[in-house]
Design a protein around this ligand. Structure first.
Ligand code: GDP
Ligand code: MN
Length: 385
């Protein structure tokens, strides 16, 4: 789960991690009032779950309260396109006003889980404010990596090493080391999968603070953090994924052209592999799980068809607990209700497979029944050629 910058900064503050003051404004008048409180100037920042806002026009400097009100009105509700949103962009529903900071240096710092070493790892770079991917590609020597031993946590020595690598000196060096240790504590206690501070800035006064913050949490640990779940913003999540979760279905949006309805994550992987093998790629996959009802199958099929990327659908079900006749009935009912305009290929195997195939062939719909998985993949790929 991801959260907004303003929420991330609230968390940082509770852990004693320095970040400029700021508040969310509900309307233009409040944007002006907040700016007045901050001394007449503010940074107006669009809150979306994507980076690159600065370059896309989602971070603007207001020199007066009136200007902050104008910027608020422009930004609130706008469709913000950044490098990370894709061409379709994201609608801005929340606008945050930040107390402006005089920047001396922009640095980069993140903690993430490094799967290769199985450790939380700090990444630091003197090249802040730019995308870290660019730094990694062109000047990888400018990224310092420090793996943390989970039994020891980020030690004082390591925190000072990070501060040194970032070229911090004197008071800033000490402030930096404290910042890093507090941030690490937040990372572990809140079960984060990634915390990225870009830019981490040294101010003209020598303070070290987080000018931007991006935090992602491990979904599997959310059950023990109701305070984090409360930060969830459904506006930011793919509509279809929310819809699917209502019915206990797992829907994942991808960028190919074949919609996939499967039962079980392993079968989903195999289905996507074989579609790729035959020269196409999946638009999504929807896992209906072990023992879905006819109603759930119907909803699953509807959700897949609502994805504009879908040019054809492959239903691949292995009936164990799940019965093939239930799947077939769900697909047929959904197809009749919605009026399917794309080719549909179904591969069924297992419990009640003959009844399932009979329901499909007697439905009067042009559903292709495949002999096996390979045949199904071939047929569905051929159907969009
Ligand atoms: P992002 O583009 O989505 O990553 O948004 P950021 O919050 O990182 O802001 C983008 C850039 O705006 C930063 O790298 C800074 O250069 C600039 N910026 C943001 N807040 C301030 C501020 O308070 N003072 C100054 N001088 N620049 C700021
Ligand atoms: Mn940033």
């Amino acid at each position: 789960m991801n959260i907004h910058e303003y929420q991330a900064k609230e968390l940082l503050r509770t852990y004693g991690v320095a970040t400029p003051g700021g508040r969310v404004a509900r309307d233009a008048a409040e944007a002006a009032a907040i700016t007045r409180e901050m001394g007449g100037r503010s940074v107006v920042k669009a809150q979306i779950h994507a980076g690159g806002r600065g370059k896309g026009g989602g971070v603007k400097f207001a020199k007066t309260p009136e200007e902050a009100a104008e910027l608020f009105t422009k930004m609130n509700g706008m469709n913000l396109v950044t490098k990370q949103t894709g061409a379709e962009g994201r609608t801005v529903h929340t606008v945050f006003l930040s107390d402006p900071v005089d920047i001396a240096r922009e640095l980069y710092l993140s903690f993430l889980v490094d799967r290769a070493t199985g450790r939380v790892t700090a990444l630091a770079s003197t090249e802040g404010g730019v995308e870290i991917e660019e730094v990694a590609e062109h000047t990888p020597e400018k990224i310092v990596k420090i793996a943390v031993d989970s039994a020891l946590g980020l030690t004082g020595h390591q925190a000072r090493e990070l501060a040194f690598a970032l070229g911090l000196e004197g008071d800033s060096w000490k402030k930096g080391a404290t910042f890093f240790q507090n941030l690490y504590r937040l990372f572990v206690e809140k079960d984060c999968s990634m915390v990225e501070i870009n830019p981490l800035v040294v101010t003209a006064q020598g303070d070290v603070c987080a000018l931007d913050a991006k935090i992602a949490f491990d979904d599997n640990a959310l059950f023990r953090h109701p305070e984090i779940v409360a930060y969830r913003d459904l506006n930011e999540e793919a509509h279809a994924e929310i819809e699917a979760s209502k019915y206990g279905l797992n829907f994942i949006k991808l960028d190919g052209s074949i919609g996939c309805m499967v039962n079980g994550a392993g079968l989903a992987m195999a289905t996507m592999d074989i579609i790729q093998y035959h020269g196409s790629s999946p638009a999504n996959f929807l896992d209906v799980g072990g023992g879905a009802s006819e109603e759930a199958v119907k909803n699953a099929f509807r959700i897949i068809l609502q994805d504009p990327g879908v040019k054809a659908v492959l239903v691949n079900i292995f009936g164990g607990i799940m019965r093939c006749d239930i799947v077939a009935a769900g697909v047929v009912n959904a197809a009749k209700d919605i009026g399917v305009t794309v080719p549909v290929v179904v591969r069924l195997e297992g419990t009640n497979v003959e009844q399932g195939k009979k329901i499909l062939s007697e439905s009067g719909l042009s559903i292709q029944v495949a002999a096996n998985l390979d045949d199904a993949a071939r047929k569905v790929v051929a159907s969009i050629r």
